[in-house]
Design a protein around this ligand. Structure first.
Ligand SMILES: Cc1cc2nc3c(=O)[nH]c(=O)nc-3n(C[C@H](O)[C@H](O)[C@H](O)COP(=O)(O)OP(=O)(O)OC[C@H]3O[C@@H](n4cnc5c(N)ncnc54)[C@H](O)[C@@H]3O)c2cc1C
Length: 234
């Protein structure tokens, strides 16, 4: 067992011209409190604010959450929607894996046994990009029964960029590509949001457990996706 809490290189939020780098040991509370991060990537505050309670937010780290790959954790959906890369240290070397490829199964990531997660690398979003995070919180833990992160950019009335990250619904977090592709070139109307949400829900093999049946999760996924997208229309 190795305690990594003293490793300075794994701490902190760095905001550069074209990207943001978050060290693996950055806590949820630090992500919630950071004003500079909020100005560039408001999705972090929105999601951090919905994680558990202040005690958990003070202890839990983004690196621990991503490496743990709980299918109901919040950060996986956020890093996928933001097109982030996960920075990985191998012995004597470092590398990156796209966030969308990092989560491979329940509590299973692309990390090999001799690797560790050192940070998250997020491209700075194009100005005008709008973000939403919605989740149905489990009433005891706060974990996402279903959580949806969305990033949308409009040109005039038409969507020119969309990305969606989903957590809670399936065995691991994933990108809602079919729904995001459907949105491109369309107005962000109630009808379009509902159709995209339906596409996403129908394409997802939802988990069934004692908290929610697969059918109920599919219904929550459609509802939360539609609401997340519509919240970006204003
Ligand atoms: C009561 C409760 C409620 C919670 N509610 C939520 C919630 O609503 N939403 C949510 O998203 N999360 C929730 N969590 C999870 C919590 O936020 C933490 O992220 C999670 O418990 C991991 O804790 P940690 O960051 O201290 O990592 P640890 O517990 O230290 O590590 C978790 C696992 O990842 C490995 N690991 C840690 N860091 C690294 C690294 N850098 N590289 C490689 N492997 C690593 C560890 O070896 C371990 O296997 C909750 C937890 C609790 C206890």
């Amino acid at each position: 067992m190795v305690d990594i809490r003293g490793v300075e290189e794994l701490k902190g939020i760095r905001i550069d011209d074209d990207h943001v780098r978050i060290g693996a040991l950055t806590t949820h509370a630090e992500l919630l409190a950071s004003e500079p991060l909020h100005e560039v990537l408001p999705l972090f505050r929105r999601a951090a604010n919905l994680i558990a309670d202040p005690q958990v937010r003070n202890r839990g780290t983004i690196g621990g959450s991503l490496a743990n790959a709980d299918p109901a954790a919040d950060w996986p959906a956020v890093v996928i929607a933001l097109g982030a890369d996960i920075e990985i240290a191998h012995p004597g070397d470092t590398g990156r894996v796209a966030g969308r490829d990092f989560f491979v199964d329940i509590f299973t990531t692309a990390l090999e046994p001799n690797e560790m997660l050192v940070g998250v690398h997020i491209p700075r979003p194009t100005p005008g990009t709008r973000f939403a995070y919605r989740k149905i919180r489990h009433p005891a833990s706060g974990y996402a029964v279903v959580g949806v992160a969305a990033a949308v950019r409009l040109r005039g009335d038409v969507i020119e960029h969309a990305s969606i990250g989903v957590t809670g619904a399936a065995g691991h977090a994933f990108a809602g590509d079919a729904a995001a592709e459907f949105l491109i070139g369309k107005p962000l109307s109630a009808e379009v949001a509902a159709k995209a949400a339906r596409l996403l829900s129908e394409a997802t093999e939802c988990l069934s457990d004692r908290y929610a049946s697969a059918e109920y999760r599919a219904s929550l996924l459609a509802t939360e996706t539609r609401r997340a997208l519509l919240s970006l229309a204003q």
